[in-house]
Structure formats: structure tokens, C-alpha cells
Design a protein around this ligand. Sequence first.
Ligand SMILES: [Zn+2]
Length: 164
Amino acid sequence: MLTPQDEHWMRQAIAIARTKGDDPSCSPLGSIIVRDGKVLSAEPNQTQELPDATAHAEMMAIRRACEGVGDMELRGATLYSTLQPCGMCTMASIWSKVARVVYGAGRDDVHEMYFEDRHIDTLSFIADAYRDDIVIEGGCLREECAALYYGPDDDVPEEEQGNL
Ligand SMILES: [Zn+2]
């Protein structure tokens, strides 16, 4: 169940995403991890900047949150992401033991370039996961989050399509 509190934190995730710029070509993805009303980390996508193919916003947020609390487990925390997490970030969420994953725009709300060709559907993936205590919910501020990205029918130049 999404709450007004979820929308509050998602607005902050959107603000983190926007630090990269307003243009979809800047990869404006943001993730924030919250526990007991306290922000443990807030990170944008940093794949180009580092450069590191694994530096998705969610991966960076998990790394910084674990560093910050000095624990590899983030039990009881909620991870917010402006876009539906990919297979890598979903798996990292499971390993980090976060209790919930809340995302904004879903796969159908944005251009297909944001996902692996043979996409792991994170919702069914979680449902089939070996842990039954992680919850994933999408559509939190869906329109605002989707507005950060190329739309499903946008004509995106091939060199900008990160999944090709
Ligand atoms: Zn990812």
C-alpha cells in the first residue's frame, strides 16, 4: 500500500534524479533509502561519471546506506527509485535485505531502452524469490517520474540507447 509518506520520499528521489539535468539524455535516475523516517542514502545514477556499469542509482544508494550504518543488511528500510529497478538492482535489493522497494515509473511508462532486452519482470521475480518478506510496489508519482524519461513512443537516437 502506497502512502502519502511514500510520495514525500519519492519527491526527494525525483529531486536527486534532477540533479543530473532535466533532459532524458542525462540519465536522470534517483534512489533514496529511508528507515524510520531517516534518510540513509540518496544517490543518482553514476554509470557515466565513475564510469561503472553497475553504478545504477539503486546500487549506489545501497552501497552508501550500508557504509553509513556500518551494516551489510538494511532490514526495515524502504528503497525508493524513480524507475522500476532492473534485474541487477532487484537482486541487490534482495541481498541488502531491504523490506520494501517502491518505484515510480514502470516498464510500460517509458522507452524500452531502459530495460534489458530479455527483461526480468521484477514483480514476478520478487514473487518467486526465496524471501517472502520483501515487498515491491510501483506507480508512486508515476507521471512525475515518467516525465524524467523518454516515452514509450519517443524516437531515441541509437547511440543514446544504453541497452543496445
Ligand atoms: Zn538497475
